[in-house]
Design a protein around this ligand. Structure first.
Ligand SMILES: Nc1ncnc2c1ncn2[C@@H]1O[C@H](COP(=O)(O)OP(=O)(O)OP(=O)(O)O)[C@@H](O)[C@H]1O
Ligand SMILES: [Mg+2]
Length: 295
């Protein structure tokens, strides 16, 4: 079976500005693949090229085994797309808009409109232009997935969704994957999609910094520790904490791996406040730069 996405040496110039600087990507059929990067990294540019909404300057691109510039409507029909900047205007209602999408896809997905709307608490009878940002986003998500495409390209699908709906969306992505849809989705932050992505690529300044299993990335990144003690922070007891910084009664650092040894250390100390949280994307990317020797 062909890979869902195969990209080699992809370059995109906007005039004299190089937005993509030699991207390589291989996304297997049946996986949920996360494309993570800060503003301006090149996520939307890459996704638009995969859909042939934009032409590459250089490089080889295959989507479901085909060249997107030659795949035509047959290839397009096998894809689902949620744009990063979704604009819904006009007087049509959500139902009319989604029925229209079903109609141009030979009716595929029509029977899923009502159940998906119900699940996402979406009022299908309001004009789309009158919907809130989050509700517009829901219409976009339903539109991108309802016809069970072979490959769904979702550009920042969780933006605008409140935490509960983000969870509901991630559940849906898992179900669609289990039903055979390959899902490629972008996000600024790993934490928003790590519960659903099998693998992720981190992109920055038009280059892929690292591609890895989410679990492996998470483990390598570790967690940021911030503890306050009743008295002076016991620096000696915290010797196993990486990047340890002690300031009076406060200690900060990074913990990697099993947290139980850390809890055992803290158990014996007069801890008054403890914070342990996943490190954010920027830290992860910086770590990846170091370990990969990139840039
Ligand atoms: N039409 C264009 N003309 C000139 N430069 C562009 C154009 N579109 C994008 N760029 C530039 O290319 C780079 C990549 O943009 P892109 O939209 O792909 O980033 P992104 O990762 O999707 O960012 P965001 O998270 O903000 O959506 C940015 O520096 C952007 O300013
Ligand atoms: Mg974008």
């Amino acid at each position: 079976m062909t890979t869902a996405i195969h990209v080699e040496g992809l370059v995109k110039d906007y005039g004299s500005f190089r937005a993509l600087d030699g991207i390589d990507l291989a996304v297997e059929r049946g996986e949920v693949f996360g494309f993570i990067g800060p503003n301006g990294a090149g996520k939307s540019t890459t996704i638009r090229i995969l859909l042939d909404l934009l032409r590459p300057t250089n490089g080889d691109v295959r989507v479901l085994g085909e060249d997107p510039t030659a795949g035509g409507p047959e290839l397009r029909a096998r894809l689902g797309y949620l744009p990063g900047e979704l604009t819904l205007s006009g007087t049509a209602t959500g139902r009319q808009l989604l029925m229209h999408h079903a109609a141009v896809r030979d009716g595929h997905g029509r029977d899923r409109i009502a159940p998906l709307a119900e699940r996402f608490l979406l009022d299908l009878d309001r004009p789309v232009r009158a919907l809130s940002k989050g509700n517009k986003q829901k219409i976009g998500v339903v539109q991108a997935l309802m016809h069970r495409p072979d490959l769904a390209l979702l550009d920042e699908p969780t933006s605008g969704l409140d935490p509960l709906l983000q969870q509901e969306f991630l559940d849906l992505v898992r179900e669609e994957r289990d039903a055979g849809t390959t899902v490629f989705l972008s996000s600024h932050v790993l934490s928003e999609i790590e519960g659903v992505a099998d693998r992720v690529a981190l992109i920055r300044d038009g280059r892929i910094v690292v591609v890895d299993d989410v679990a492996a990335l998470r483990a390598a990144a570790g967690q940021r520790l911030d503890v306050t003690f009743a008295g002076d922070a016991p620096a000696d007891a915290l010797a196993d904490v990486a990047e340890l910084e002690v300031d009076g009664n406060r200690a900060r650092g990074v913990w990697r791996g099993d947290v139980r040894p850390l809890l055992a250390i803290l158990q014996a100390q007069p801890v008054v406040h403890l914070e342990l949280r996943d490190r954010d994307l920027e830290e992860l990317v910086l770590d990846a730069y170091r370990t990969e020797g990139g840039a």
